[in-house]
Write a protein that binds this ligand. Structure first.
Ligand SMILES: NC(=O)c1ccc[n+]([C@@H]2O[C@H](COP(=O)([O-])OP(=O)(O)OC[C@H]3O[C@@H](n4cnc5c(N)ncnc54)[C@H](OP(=O)(O)O)[C@@H]3O)[C@@H](O)[C@H]2O)c1
Length: 249
């Protein structure tokens, strides 16, 4: 396993939902964090709870894990450039990128919504591709770079009729993950697509996930943590998670 100590992880959409749970988990693990949010002030209470008394110490007991909060808006490409540059400057490198920010804008096949699809394409596909490209030299230099893309079970199959556009973008994110894995292999970069079904966040407010318990953000955060710590010879390209029985998953 790769130790979190001194490794620098960028997390997009860290202000709420799964991204916030990932930030909490990775901080507890001892990673240095660069947290991206459209409104970085969303993170103030979380980061305040970590310092100084709540700061996680490294395994040697001396070095508290460091945190940078930075503006990141998928709709503003310059914010991606600024965020990656600020992270590299603050920490001297980048070891991992968690592309978590995402949006679900439902429309039906017979009610195409161009604006909704453009929004999802920008957040769910273009921004992860842009961030991966910008962070690439740093990930390669790390020697053990990691990219974790928050895809969805909707990247593996199309089941929910209200969201074909979401599934389209998540299939594209899965393609980006495999392209990243292949391009990065010889540089020690490993990429994984996390493909959960319903996770208990605001994204699925108004959706009936059925009577069974659903996945919690902390469950996903645990998988992200695991994916970041796997050694290079344990490449896991996809982690498919369901909270109910379906034919294939
Ligand atoms: N919840 C589920 O059932 C589920 C299942 C499978 C996969 N996922 C995926 O998991 C990821 C996190 O989802 P979630 O459940 O935590 O959803 P969420 O609670 O709705 O949070 C979405 C996150 O994405 C950010 N975001 C949205 N648009 C953005 C933009 N233009 N620029 C930057 N950040 C933006 C949000 O920031 P703001 O606060 O600024 O809006 C927020 O931090 C997404 O990629 C989602 O597709 C979710």
């Amino acid at each position: 396993m790769l130790a979190p100590d001194a490794r620098v992880v960028m997390v997009s959409g860290a202000g709420r939902g799964i991204g916030r749970a990932v930030a909490e988990r990775l901080h507890a693990d001892g990673f240095h964090l660069s947290l991206g949010a459209r409104r970085p002030e969303q993170l103030e209470d979380l980061v305040a709870s970590w310092s100084p008394a709540g700061a996680t110490r490294g395994p040697d007991g001396t070095e508290p894990a460091a945190v940078l909060c930075h503006r990141f808006d998928a709709a503003d490409p310059a914010s991606s450039e600024d965020w990656v540059a600020a992270t590299a400057e603050r920490f001297g490198g980048i070891d991992a990128l968690v592309n978590n920010a995402g949006v679900l804008a439902p429309f039906a096949v017979d009610a195409f919504d161009e604006e909704a699809l453009d929004t999802m394409w920008a957040v769910n596909v273009k921004a992860p591709a842009r961030l991966t490209s910008l962070a690439w030299p740093h990930l390669c230099r790390s020697g053990h770079g990691r990219v974790v893309n928050l895809a969805s079970l909707s990247a593996k199959r199309v089941r929910n009729g209200f969201a074909p556009g979401y599934a389209m973008t998540k299939h594209a994110l899965l393609a980006l993950t495999h392209a990243t894995r292949q391009a990065g292999w010889d540089h020690g970069v490993r990429a994984v697509a996390l493909c959960p079904s319903f996770v208990d966040t605001a994204m699925i407010a108004g959706v009936d996930p059925g009577p069974e318990p659903i996945v919690q953000p902390a469950d996903v955060a645990e998988l992200v943590s695991m994916a970041l710590c796997l050694p290079d010879h344990l490449s896991v390209p996809e982690i498919v998670v369901n909270c109910r029985r379906e034919d294939l998953f």
